[in-house]
Design a protein around this ligand. Sequence first.
Ligand code: FAD
Ligand code: SF4
Length: 511
Amino acid sequence: MKRLRLVLGDQLNHNHSWYRDDDAETWYFIAEMRQETDYASHHIQKVVAFFEAMAEFAAWLKVRGKNVIHYTLDHPENSQNLGTNIAGLVAKHQFACFQYQLPDEYRLDQQLAQLADDLSIPTEVFDSEHFLTERNALSKFFEGKKTLLMESFYRHMRKQHDILLTSAGEPEGGQWNFDQSNRKKWTGSPEIPHARGFRKNVTATVARLEHCGVKTIGAIDPQQFSWPTSREDALAVLRHFCSALLPHFGDYQDAMHDREVYLFHSRLSFALNSKLLHPQEVIDKAIAHWRAHQSEIDISQIEGFVRQILGWREYMRGIYWKAMPDYRRCNRLHNHRPLPEFYWSGNTQMNCLHHAIRNSLDNAYAHHIQRLMITGNFALLAQVHPDQVEAWYLGIYIDAIEWVEMPNTRGMSQFADGGLVATKPYVSSGSYIHKMSNYCESCRYNVKERTSDEACPFNSLYWHFIEEKRERLAHNPRMSMMLHQLDKMSDADRKALRTRARQIIQNPDKF
Ligand code: FAD
Ligand code: SF4
């Protein structure tokens, strides 16, 4: 039976069971489309990474003798829309069956379900064979529970997948979570090994985007593209992580530095989210490396890494499918301010924001704490509408796909879901940033001051946020200490903080 199989740009799973079939009647369809380039303002490196990876995947299939239809943006038969492209191919080639893998985004899920209804031929749906849980596994796990604690889900996953457990089923190292030891400041040592091996020339893809008039944000060096777009390169990044970065990953997970973009972070999120790498193989390889070097690498490093992939990544996916479609509209803290202009340029005198945003614009990357405690923290304190915050996060990062971006941004970072993901809002004054980075040392503002013209803007914004949102936070036991501290301040102090915070909120681009 002649059948058409769709491979979406984030379904580049070489080990999918589809590719074990040797069937001359099967055609694989991979397409660059304007519907994908235009639904957000994407970073140019993100669009290039997906298009390069799709082209390499198409080439890999062809080498294995598969029939492949690969539409580039400028292909004459490309209608730029998934539905009409598929319908056109079905009519032209007389396919008798259409097959697709479950997409990870709600909008594509809806679009493909509609397409299946509209097509005159049968449609079959397959699992993407990528995740360690099914879409609704988290909903089932937390059924009837009021709080959806990541830590409970993570322990369950450790047990279910037998990861880092003793033969008695206890956590290796005597505890489930070494988060407390993942909080060192990096001050220049240990040295960060930078070598990553490959550089790719992506000039032709960049030229195609320009020629087609695709609007993107951020910078790119087309001759030195360093994101992995093939399975071989993705495996090389994983090997580099295990041998060079894992030994200090956990320790410096939350650290920030004005000269270091990646520190000991793995840069694996694009390879994982495009499915070039499977989470199980990433976890297995990292654990195997740790076991072989157990005398040199503390368990806190490997546990910290496993927690991100086995815990947070699967958890966020489960939250997305549990809470969509209402999740995309939630704004429980009622924030309505516009996103400051400087998020698109990095032009701000606040040194921490300047560096986190420049990293993002230059590299399509910022690590977790920069996303959470610098850009996310400021947006929440400045009471920016979560829609605007999300539009920025969805476009700017190499790994930004809605199923993982949305619960991280709207939930964890902006508390717009009222506490489904985070047990309290992730907000801080300048002192946290000072503790975890060297940004404050060369900042125009003084991190120790609160209300003067020289005072760090995060300080007044922080107390103003607690005061303004007090009613919505009062029932949260994790906020009671902060509310108590606010109450102990004199009226004059509170007034001075309020005045300065309002100046910043009304005109953040002046700061
Ligand atoms: P590492 O620090 O080396 O971590 C290893 C892997 O763990 C990552 O590659 C990633 O797959 C996984 N991971 C770590 N933290 C998380 C998390 N909170 N949620 C899901 N997976 C996690 N991650 C995305 O993949 N796409 C996004 O669009 C995205 N948006 C985010 C938005 C905000 C506001 C925040 C606070 C975090 C966001 N994250 C997102 C999570 C995290 O910041 C990135 O996964 C990480 O920075 C990617 O860099 P890395 O590969 O070097 O990660
Ligand atoms: Fe950021 Fe404030 Fe530190 Fe400046 S002083 S880098 S604004 S935290």
